[in-house]
Every structure is written in structure tokens, then in C-alpha cells.
Design a protein around this ligand. Structure first.
Ligand code: IPD
Ligand code: CA
Length: 311
């Protein structure tokens, strides 16, 4: 399935929420049901990422030597942006590649969008904001590991109402709409059943930032003896998607940006899981210190992290 198809799905869902009729998108629904039929379309971002899945060249280091950028990231973002804004010219758009590196800039970027969102000063007065990470897992992408993907969310008046994570390597499309449940390739998904921390498979970040790295090291020491195992997969999007369908039990990371987590937060919540910050407060688009889980082990996980001084 190509990224164009993914975007068509998101557009169809957004239109649905806007009160328009699904039938208007009968064409895109047909494509969704038979994704391989759309091979002959315009050049697609999905083709680009898969075409480079053997590894991509680093074009720039962003915040530090561990924060990478390839030529492909902005190319994919442009493809997504063009597709979205062609259809919804009055919607607002926030993509990772528009924002200067570093946590301050990314926090400021979402703050600015949220302050404008729904107000008269917003772009054409739109209540809609798209939040996009064109390739989450850029380091995996650079090294040819098939663990990278786009993460696309649409927020209405500051609340995420549509989330899509598409894994082109496994052709797995995770979707959620607010109040409408979560799906993998159209089939409903639920979080895992584990109710004890000792049975939990907990994912973590190996983040580029100094402070988050320090917290990760403290966290790994505190958690490893208490959980079944720990995984560091290198893409927030995939770790969140995999909680939603029960492959992972939980994931926490000390500092992430809105584009890393917006889609995944909704997909987990709609699959029956919990998504909070390290204080246990519910997810908002401003949340950066994240704890996501199947819900059943959430409090125990928070307690271990907080007791270790991770707050
Ligand atoms: C990164 C990934 C990684 C996480 C980092 C993120 P990027 O996003 O999600 O898993 O640990 O904190 O920055 O840079 O690959 O889009
Ligand atoms: Ca990311």
C-alpha cells in the first residue's frame, strides 16, 4: 500500500467527521480495499521509502550527532503535505521537517499551532491541524532496518481525532478515529492482556538528547529486573502501534515531540490502552514525557519510573 493511499484514508476519515458522505470517496475506498491496484498513480512517498529501504545517506545532523536527517525525510513530508493541502487548502499543517532541531523548537512549534488553532488568527480560520512525522525511525532508515514509517494525525480544535501509522515494510496500516476504535488493516485491534509488570514487554527509547538518554539509562536499570523484557526498537510510531495490537505491553520515553506520538496516542487509547505523561496526567498535544501501556500495568510502571526519580 502506498502512502498516497494512507493519506486518502485519513482524508476520507476527516471528511467523514466533517459530516460529508463516505460515498463521495468511493474511489479511495476501492483503493483501500484493493491497495495494490493503485500502482500506476503519481510518484508516491511510499514508493520512495521502500525504494530506499536498503539504507539512506545522512544529509545532515540535526540537534546533535545522533539526530539524523536524510534527503528522503523532507521529500516524504512534502508528498504528504501536498496531498493533504490539495484536498484541504484551509487546514493547518505541522511537519517535523518544518521545525528547527531541538526540544525547545518542537515544543514552541506545537504551542504556536495550538494557540492559533480555532482562533481567528489561524490560517484561514481552520480548526483542523495535521501533525506529521514523515519518517519516524530515521536512524533505522539510514541503516536499512525495516523499522521506520510515517505517522499522521489530524487534530480538531486541539484534540487528536484521527491517527494513522503506516508500516510500509510489513504493509500494516494502523488507524483510529476518536470514539471509533482502532484497526490494523481494517480489523479491530485491542491492547494486550498482561496484568502484571513481570509479564510485560516494555519498550523504551534510545533518544538522541542528553537528558532523555540519562533518564533512559536510569529507567533501564530500574525496570529490567521487574519486567519480562525490554525492547528498544528505534521508532516511537511502531512501538506505539505495537502496544495497540498487543505485541508490546508498554512504552515510555522521557522527551518526544507531538509528531512522534499524536497518531499513536489515539490508536492506543482507542484500542483500550492508557497514554499519560510521567505524572499520570492524560495525553495532550503538549505532552513530551510519555508513558503508554495496555492500561492494566500502567500504574505499576509509573510507580517504578517515579520511584527511580524519573518524573
Ligand atoms: C525518533 C524515534 C526514536 C525515539 C526518538 C525520536 P525520528 O524519531 O521515534 O524511537 O527514541 O526520541 O526522535 O528522529 O526517527 O523521527
Ligand atoms: Ca520521530
Amino acid at each position: 500500500m502506498s502512502w498516497t493511499v494512507v493519506i486518502l484514508i485519513v482524508i476520507a476519515v476527516v471528511d467523514f467527521r466533517n459530516g460529508r458522505r463516505w460515498t463521495r470517496y468511493r474511489g479511495s475506498q476501492t483503493i483501500v480495499r484493493s491497495p495494490r491496484r493503485c500502482n500506476g498513480g503519481p510518484k508516491k512517498a511510499g514508493d520512495i521509502i521502500l525504494g530506499n529501504s536498503g539504507g539512506a545517506e545522512i544529509t545532515k545532523h540535526k540537534a546533535n550527532s545522533r539526530d539524523l536527517l536524510t534527503l528522503i525525510d523532507p521529500l516524504c513530508e512534502k508528498t504528504i503535505r501536498t496531498t493533504v493541502l490539495d484536498r484541504f487548502p484551509d487546514h493547518d499543517f505541522l511537519g517535523e521537517e518544518d521545525v528547527p532541531p531541538g526540544k525547545e523548537a518542537s515544543a514552541a512549534a506545537i504551542e504556536e499551532k495550538l494557540n492559533k488553532n480555532g482562533s481567528a488568527s489561524n490560517k484561514n480560520g481552520s480548526d483542523w491541524l495535521w501533525i506529521v512525522d514523515p519518517i519516524d525511525g530515521t536512524t533505522n532508515f539510514v541503516h536499512g532496518m525495516p523499522l521506520n514509517m510515517p505517522s499522521i494525525a489530524a487534530a480538531y480544535k486541539g484534540r487528536v481525532v484521527v491517527g494513522v501509522i503506516y508500516d510500509p515494510h510489513r504493509d500494516e496500516l494502523f488507524t483510529a478515529t476518536k470514539g471509533g476504535g482502532s484497526f490494523l488493516n481494517g480489523n479491530p485491534i485491542r491492547v494486550g492482556e498482561q496484568s502484571k509488570l513481570g509479564d510485560a514487554v516494555v519498550a523504551m527509547g534510545s533518544p538522541p538528547g542528553e537528558q532523555s538518554m540519562k533518564m533512559s539509562l536510569i529507567g533501564v536499570q530500574a525496570l529490567m529486573p521487574k519486567v519480562r523484557t525490554i525492547r528498544m526498537i528505534g521508532s516511537a510510531a511502531i512501538m506505539l502501534a505495537w502496544i495497540a495490537n498487543g505485541r508490546l505491553t508498554a512504552y515510555w520515553e522521557y522527551d518526544l515531540s507531538s509528531w512522534d506520538i499524536a497518531a499513536g496516542a489515539l490508536i492506543i487509547q482507542e484500542a483500550g490502552g492508557d497514554f499519560t505523561d510521567l505524572a499520570g496526567d492524560p495525553f495532550t498535544l503538549r505532552t513530551r514525557k510519555i508513558v503508554a501501556s495496555n492500561g492494566r500495568i500502567h500504574d505499576d510502571l509509573l510507580a517504578v519510573l517515579n520511584d527511580a526519580g524519573i518524573v
